[in-house]
Design a protein around this ligand. Structure first.
Ligand SMILES: Nc1ncnc2c1ncn2[C@@H]1O[C@H](COP(=O)(O)OP(=O)(O)OP(=O)(O)O)[C@@H](O)[C@H]1O
Length: 251
């Protein structure tokens, strides 16, 4: 078991990730320390290729670090075998991507029921929880609709509800509003952040969107394999992260 405080939903310690490619070693993460607390929203920014996805995969237990330790919800998972890691991932981590990845042949409600059943929850309990989550994201009237009958923003709200289905400790989001128009993105992000804070989930959100990053509790930039921290309220005075400047200056 870990010595991580219980209110750290994610803790990475001295995480290194190297890739061996054509006889060359690429060190993408060079000693990353990171904590995400309960109810905390942390923005992860950085230029393309900086290693954000690699970091999200390690935090989401989809990949193992070459070195370093990972704790989820206060439990150090570094020594667990693949089967146990999958269990922790299903129970304790929710994922939201740029594209909703809902199953097209299932209704919104069924999309939220399924991950619970995979985690071993009884169907009646899973349905109750799905209805509760649909209410939470304001879609109680849309539960029977298949994804194709929902708007982009509604689809993403269902994806958020699905990610929260098993009451995870940690939410990992990769450009969660990247496929939405600015107005809808605003609405979906406001909903996401309210739920994260209320449910005391820790959220690690990779984004290129400066406006979004600013409204999170902390902004971390991946630079040269390490994380550099920015105070969201001080982004401009300190100078915006290079990646955000590049993304926002042309728009
Ligand atoms: N499986 C792999 N084998 C070899 N190199 C890899 C592998 N996965 C990632 N990389 C390399 O690691 C670096 C970081 O990639 P990563 O996808 O984490 O960046 P990113 O910041 O998420 O980029 P983007 O914003 O474009 O998604 C890149 O140089 C990439 O080519």
């Amino acid at each position: 078991m870990s010595d991580a405080p219980m209110d750290n939903m994610l803790e990475l310690k001295a995480v290194v990730r190297r890739f061996e490619q054509a006889g060359e070693t690429l060190e993408v993460l060079r000693g990353v320390d990171l904590t995400v607390g309960a109810g905390e929203l942390v923005a992860l920014v950085g230029p393309s290729g900086a290693g954000k996805s690699t970091l999200l995969h390690i935090a989401g237990l989809l990949e193992r670090p070459t070195e370093g330790r990972v704790s989820i919800g206060g439990t150090d998972v570094s020594g667990l075998d693949d089967g146990k890691r999958t269990e922790v991932r299903r129970r304790a981590i929710g994922f939201v991507y740029q594209f909703h990845h809902l199953l097209p042949e299932f209704s919104a409600r069924e999309n939220i029921v399924l991950p619970q059943m995979i985690a071993g929850v009884a169907k009646s309990t899973a349905r109750q929880r799905a209805d509760e989550l649909l209410r939470m994201v304001g879609l109680e009237q849309r539960g029977t609709h298949r994804p194709a009958r929902l708007s982009g923003g509604e689809q993403q709200r269902v994806a958020i509800a699905r990610a929260l289905a098993n009451a995870p400790s940690l939410l990992i989001a990769d450009e969660p509003t990247g496929n939405l128009d600015p107005h809808t993105a605003e609405h979906v992000f406001a909903m996401l952040s309210a739920i994260v804070r209320q449910a005391k989930v820790g959220a690690l959100v990779a984004t290129h969107n400066l406006d979004l990053a600013r409204r999170m509790d902390r902004v971390l930039e991946m630079r040269d394999g390490r994380l550099v921290e920015y105070d969201p309220g001080e982004l401009e005075p300190l100078g915006d992260p290079a990646s955000l400047r590049a993304e926002t200056s042309g728009s």
